[in-house]
Design a protein around this ligand. Structure first.
Ligand SMILES: CC(C)(COP(=O)(O)OP(=O)(O)OC[C@H]1O[C@@H](n2cnc3c(N)ncnc32)[C@H](O)[C@@H]1OP(=O)(O)O)[C@@H](O)C(=O)NCCC(=O)NCCS
Length: 127
């Protein structure tokens, strides 16, 4: 929860995720990703790394492992949206092979726009 700062992610949401069979949570003690699985597609609900370990590559490694787990579940495409001012998250997604396909202007309540990204999971592409 610390990673989200003033944009806190409600604890109740995570309690709901634990009982939701469409939700996959991958991670370690310090960073995790939450996915919703629908058929051969997945949506990233959030990715988080504890502030004490950010910038050390932990989320990158965790995310690579999470995408491999999705591949093993026959997920073919992964979607996400991210605030266009979230430099750290966009760097993480870029490196993992996600490509931007849309911008939703003024998407968040604070007026920030969202970038929509997707990755096609393929054994050959390395994503
Ligand atoms: C996004 C987040 C998960 C990245 O976690 P992390 O453990 O720092 O990630 P890594 O150490 O693997 O680094 C990922 C990339 O982000 C960069 N990065 C990390 N912190 C950064 C910062 N404050 N500003 C700019 N880039 C940053 C890293 O340098 C790396 O990119 P590079 O190798 O090209 O330099 C983390 O910043 C976080 O939890 N943020 C708050 C929650 C959030 O915004 N989640 C995303 C919601 S869509």
């Amino acid at each position: 929860m610390l990673a989200f700062g003033s944009n806190g992610w409600p604890v109740a949401d995570f309690e709901t995720y634990l009982n939701d069979k469409t939700i996959l949570i991958c991670g370690t003690e310090t960073c995790f990703a939450v996915f919703r699985l629908v058929g051969s597609e997945a949506e990233i609900l959030t990715v988080s790394s504890h502030p004490d370990v950010q910038g050390r590559g932990g989320a990158t490694t965790m995310f690579r492992n999470a995408l491999n787990a999705l591949k093993s579940l026959s997920i073919q495409v992964v979607f996400l949206e991210v605030a266009d001012n979230n430099t750290a998250a966009i760097a993480l997604y870029d490196r993992a092979g996600f490509l931007k396909f849309n911008t939703r202007h003024n998407y968040y309540t604070n007026g920030v726009s969202a970038i929509c990204m997707k990755a096609v999971l393929s054994p050959r592409s390395g994503v």
